[in-house]
Ligand binder design. Structure first.
Ligand SMILES: C[S@@+](CC[C@H](N)C(=O)[O-])C[C@H]1O[C@@H](n2cnc3c(N)ncnc32)[C@H](O)[C@@H]1O
Length: 236
């Protein structure tokens, strides 16, 4: 086992990095429940899908939604980003619809290699099972609705909910054509004044960057409201 994965080293690194992030976050947004953020971060301290600024920004975006907000996430994997979104929500009727095929299927070659490596380590367990375990462990089960489906098929099936979603977060297939199709399919779900956010803008996934950049130039979004790591968020 690599030195950085030793439990004691991992815990120390987590405490240092999370503490450093939280000192800044508490100053920037003293109104948010950063103890809740830390509780979720501690649960996911082995997760490698996002940085503290990115996870913190998702938590902030969800915290800024109105009470009983409805959120759609495209690409949930094992539910880490989903839990940071769920943790920021308020109200008994607040929900995150977590859309994922839960099979690591993607048209993006680099992603597929990465998912396959992870699936080998999971053995017989599925990402959907682990997603559910994570939600249960944090007490968020009532706030989640896993939608086990291809993204575009889910957008068709949920068409009645167009114009009713407060926050859409897209982190699914990172190929250019797939990201374009996701924007086309999911942007109409966001209510006027609601938010759409993307992971991997400006990352190695250059298809995502190109697709979003084209949509900015075409005037798809009303304004950019924030960037954190490779997350970029827009008001519709
Ligand atoms: C990068 S992972 C998501 C990571 C997660 N948002 C996080 O930060 O913890 C991308 C996920 O998108 C899913 N996915 C890829 N293409 C998809 C598609 N067309 N429809 C549904 N899910 C898809 C994959 O199965 C994978 O679980």
């Amino acid at each position: 086992m690599a030195f950085k994965h030793w439990p004691v080293v991992r815990d120390l690194r987590f405490a240092q990095k999370c503490g450093r992030y939280l000192r800044g976050a508490r100053k920037r947004r003293p109104d948010l429940d950063w103890d809740e953020f830390r509780r979720i971060a501690r649960h996911f301290k082995q997760d490698d899908m996002g940085s503290f600024p990115e996870r913190g920004y998702l938590f902030q975006l969800a915290s800024d939604t109105p009470e009983n907000a409805q959120v759609v996430e495209v690409g949930s994997w094992m539910g880490a980003s989903t839990c940071f979104l769920a943790g920021g929500l308020r109200g008994d009727r607040a929900r995150v619809l977590a859309v994922d095929n839960f099979q690591g299927l993607s048209t993006c070659g680099e992603d597929t290699v990465w998912y396959n490596r992870h699936f080998q380590r999971l053995g017989a367990r599925t990402t959907l099972e682990i997603f559910r375990e994570n939600f249960a462990a944090l007490g968020f089960t009532p706030r989640s609705e896993p939608v086990v489906s291809d993204s575009l098929a889910a957008a068709q099936a949920l068409a009645a909910r167009r114009g009713s979603i407060d926050l859409v977060f897209i982190d699914g297939d990172h190929a250019y054509a797939a990201c374009k199709a996701d924007i086309e399919a999911w942007a109409p779900f966001v209510k006027p004044g609601g938010v759409i956010a993307f992971h991997d803008f400006g990352s190695r996934a250059d298809g995502v960057t190109r697709a979003i950049f084209e949509e900015i130039k075409a005037g798809r979004f009303a304004e950019i409201i924030g960037v954190a790591g490779t997350i970029i968020a827009f008001r519709m």
